[in-house]
Ligand binder design. Sequence first.
Ligand code: NAD
Length: 361
Amino acid sequence: MDAFAYMEKYGFEQLCLFHDKGTGLKAITAIHNTVLGPALGGSRFWNYSSTDEAVEDALRLARGMTYKSALAGLALGGGKTVIIGDYATLRKDPIKREAFWRAFGRYLEGMNGRYITAEDVGTSTQDMVYIHMETDYVVGLPGRSGDPSPYTARGVFNSIRACFKHVHGSDDLAGKVIAVQGIGNVGYYLCKYLHECNATLIVTDVDSERVERAVAEFGAKAVSPGDIYAAQCDLYAPCALGATVNDETIPQFKCKIICGGANNVLKDAQIHGNALQSKGIIYAPDYLANSGGVINVSYERAEGGYSEEASLRDIEYIYTRMLDILTIANASGRLTYEVADEMAEQRIEAIRAVKGIYTRK
Ligand code: NAD
């Protein structure tokens, strides 16, 4: 890929490649936008097949974080790190592992706060602890905000209630049939919250133990992974992978609403967003629905320290924001994700403008 062409097209600020020969660290940090505040986004460890593939992923994910934090009302910009390598091998050697993450921590310290990292796919809380030995520009540490998944799930739950309010005039979930794909960290908590409201659950996962747990604890009905799209339900909640709304699945959907925790649910935002709209299916923009985790982790950096109460108050507000977006999209005939993007961009531009006012900071 032509990284500069991509950066120019989407307005990126910075792309950094970090290499440490001694530890084998190969990290790529992309900073999309820091108008609202320092860029925050997790560090993803993945066995990328090429540097180009890793750069593209870092850029795409960093931009997503800008929109997520902007719409969530946070004083944060968007960034992301991807780390190239085979973590299974590194994880087995505690000394090499510590050195690896501390090397990365020292590079982050050198960025002087423009980017703050956190846990993501393939990384763990312990890795963040190693990073923290070298820098304060890391969140998601033990004893602070903790696992973001229950908070992400809470935001998805609030979004689901907003969708029902929009479609049916009531957010009462009793008796509503909800099909949850992926009963992992987010999916499990989501099922728990939905079950507490007497929703009827249909679940699937490639891990049969997780399915059995949901059946036992929440009285969920299990279906095989391939059958979740055609399930007879009111709402499909993707909580496993991205791109599950695509040419193959759209003809199968019987639901009227799609709202879940996964990122990039629409394989192609415009094509599949339009296809859902033509089918009369309401799509809840994913980066708003799943913003509870970043909201929660952001409170680690609040003055006075982490407050779960304040975080949950913000996560409740996702309901109102989601309802606004659905209402505006409905009234204007536009796609829901376009309305969400525009709101995020408007906030960034408004704050960019006030940054022209001189202060000493
Ligand atoms: P997880 O790995 O704990 O759970 C994912 C689950 O999906 C696993 O149980 C896995 O077995 C299952 N799965 C994988 N492929 C499947 C398939 N084809 N069909 C059915 N099930 C399948 O991950 P998580 O932390 O719960 O995150 C879920 C999604 O939410 C991811 O897309 C993630 O990027 C997104 N997300 C998570 C958070 C968070 O706080 N954890 C925040 C924002 C977004």
